[in-house]
Every structure is written in structure tokens, then in C-alpha cells.
Design a protein around this ligand. Structure first.
Ligand SMILES: N[C@@H](CCC(=O)N[C@@H](CS)C(=O)NCC(=O)O)C(=O)O
Length: 210
């Protein structure tokens, strides 16, 4: 029997983060794929009253919000520690997760990726106005993260921490589209980092298909 259950949209970056963290800990997950509009149905609102994904359970214990899930999984299960013991490195990890949640997610997902995958016009053309509006902010955030990776392999330590599992889905998502790909070429530490991410089994084995 699976150790934990996760409900989420397979393509969602937060769902991918939670799945990858469970995979990094070696946990057997019962992944229940749902797709919009099921996240607004009463059954899912009972798991997540804000109608978002992912939602998690471990026996009778239920939880939502990806950072809470991530910390719980890291602390309760065996496997490699994904949070540094050193207070400064741990604070740095928290800083990057907050940057990703507060700034990068909205720039990368609704601001950029959705402009390609949910076009506003019937001909299916990308929403160029949205892309142009978002790009300066997205470039700024990615440049800050690029600088953070100048002297270290991963964001907060010499091994992946929770921060890297939050960042990887967004970076790989952005790099699927032309401006994002160009940004990775412009920002060489991010290019190198993306090369490491695609060798990480926990991240790649939980990647959305297609
Ligand atoms: N703060 C939440 C954010 C989760 C979130 O925004 N998930 C997105 C998918 S990546 C979602 O559920 N979107 C559906 C919606 O907003 O209707 C967390 O950390 O789990």
C-alpha cells in the first residue's frame, strides 16, 4: 500500500514539486491525477478549501500548501535530508522558496507559460502582449537566481534542497518556449543548473508527460 496520497494536476509545477520531493525521499505515492475543473468540486474542496493543488494525506493526516507538505515529508520520512542543518544555509533555502512562491511562479506560469498553452485567440497564436509584459520581470528574477548559482551547484547547499525542487519545474517549464530558452543561454549558471536538473532522477521521473 502506498505510504502517502497526493491529488494534483499532472502538469502543475507545485504538484511536480511535491511529487519530486516524495520521489527524492523514496516514498511510495498514490498519485491521484485530477484536472480542472475538478479542483473546484466539493470533493476536492474538502481536501483543499482554496481549490488548488496539490493536496496530501498520510494516513489520517491531511495537508495542503506545497511548502508545508515538503517540510513534513522531509522530516517524517527516511532518505536524504532536503533541508540543510546549518541555520544560514537553511535560511537561504527559505529565502529562495519565498522568492519562487512570491515572484517567480506568477511570472513563469500565468505570466509566460500560459501565454503559450492557453492562447487567447482562436488561431492558437501565443499571447505576445502578455509575453512582452512579463519578460522584463521574469528576466530580472532569473538573473537574480543565476547570480545565486555563481559559486554553488545548487541553490542553498552542495546537494539539492527543497528550494531546488521548487525551482526546477518552473525553470524547465520556462525553457520549453523560445524566450525562456534564450534566457537560459544568456544566463550561463542557469544553463549549467538546468543540465544538472535533467540528471536528477526524482525530478525527471515525476515530470509531466508530453
Ligand atoms: N500556495 C499553493 C499554490 C498552489 C497553486 O497555485 N497551484 C496551482 C497549480 S500549479 C493551482 O492549483 N491552480 C488552480 C487555480 O488557481 O485555479 C501551494 O503552495 O501549494
Amino acid at each position: 500500500m502506498a505510504q502517502v496520497t497526493l491529488h494534483g494536476f499532472p502538469p502543475s509545477s507545485y504538484t511536480w514539486t511535491a511529487r519530486a520531493i516524495c520521489a527524492a525521499k523514496g516514498i511510495d505515492v498514490d498519485f491521484q491525477a485530477i484536472m480542472p475543473p475538478a479542483h473546484k468540486a466539493p470533493e476536492h474542496l474538502a481536501r483543499h478549501p482554496f481549490g488548488k493543488v496539490p493536496a496530501f494525506s498520510h494516513g489520517d493526516f491531511t495537508l495542503y500548501e506545497t511548502l508545508a507538505i515538503a517540510r513534513y515529508v522531509d522530516e517524517v520520512f527516511d532518505g536524504p535530508a532536503l533541508q540543510p542543518a546549518d541555520p544560514k544555509a537553511r535560511a537561504r533555502m527559505e529565502q529562495w522558496i519565498s522568492v519562487i512562491d512570491s515572484y517567480l511562479y506568477n511570472q513563469a506560469v500565468p505570466g509566460y507559460i500560459f501565454a503559450y498553452i492557453f492562447p487567447r485567440t482562436p488561431d492558437g497564436a501565443p499571447d505576445t502582449a502578455r509575453i512582452e509584459k512579463t519578460l522584463p520581470d521574469l528576466r530580472h528574477t532569473l538573473a537574480v537566481l543565476n547570480d545565486a548559482l555563481a559559486d554553488s551547484a545548487w541553490l542553498a547547499s552542495d546537494a539539492p534542497t527543497l528550494a531546488d525542487y521548487f525551482f526546477a519545474p518552473l525553470l524547465l517549464g520556462v525553457s520549453r518556449f523560445p524566450e525562456g530558452k534564450a534566457l537560459l543561454e544568456e544566463l550561463p549558471n542557469l544553463g549549467r543548473y538546468a543540465g544538472q536538473i535533467i540528471k536528477n532522477d526524482a525530478i525527471m521521473s515525476t515530470a509531466p508527460q508530453g
